[in-house]
Write a new protein. Structure first.
Length: 114
């Protein structure tokens, strides 16, 4: 499985995880520029949540969370503000991250309000 397939599998696992936990999925893979894509946009009760998903086969090279660099985070924030300009009816929002490790056993972790 290549990196693109791993990423798509991780995003699907994250979407399923969020739905099981009561989130309503609004959009996936929302592009704002070539530098900014929000993996999942969802509603958690009355809060709009922008979710970055990082997937790895194993933890051998570190936690998937470690791949969210300062630059990546800044680009996500730009996307959040673009989205909120397009849809100003949302007043509460946050940015979350989901880490998925596929082997040796599936592990999904969510960090809220990063």
């Amino acid at each position: 499985m290549g990196n693109i397939e791993i990423g798509k599998k991780g995003e699907q696992l994250a979407t399923d995880f969020l739905v099981r936990n009561g989130y309503k999925i609004i959009e996936t893979n929302k592009h704002f520029s070539r530098f900014c894509e929000i993996d999942i946009i969802a509603l958690d009760k009355d809060t709009l949540v922008f979710i970055e998903v990082k997937t790895r086969k194993t933890n051998f090279c570190g936690s998937p969370f470690e791949a969210i660099t300062k630059t990546k985070y800044q680009n996500i924030k730009k996307g959040v503000f673009y989205y909120l300009q397009e849809k100003p009816s949302y007043k509460k929002f946050r940015i979350d991250a989901i880490s998925i490790v596929l082997q040796p056993k599936l592990e999904i972790k969510q960090l809220k309000n990063i």
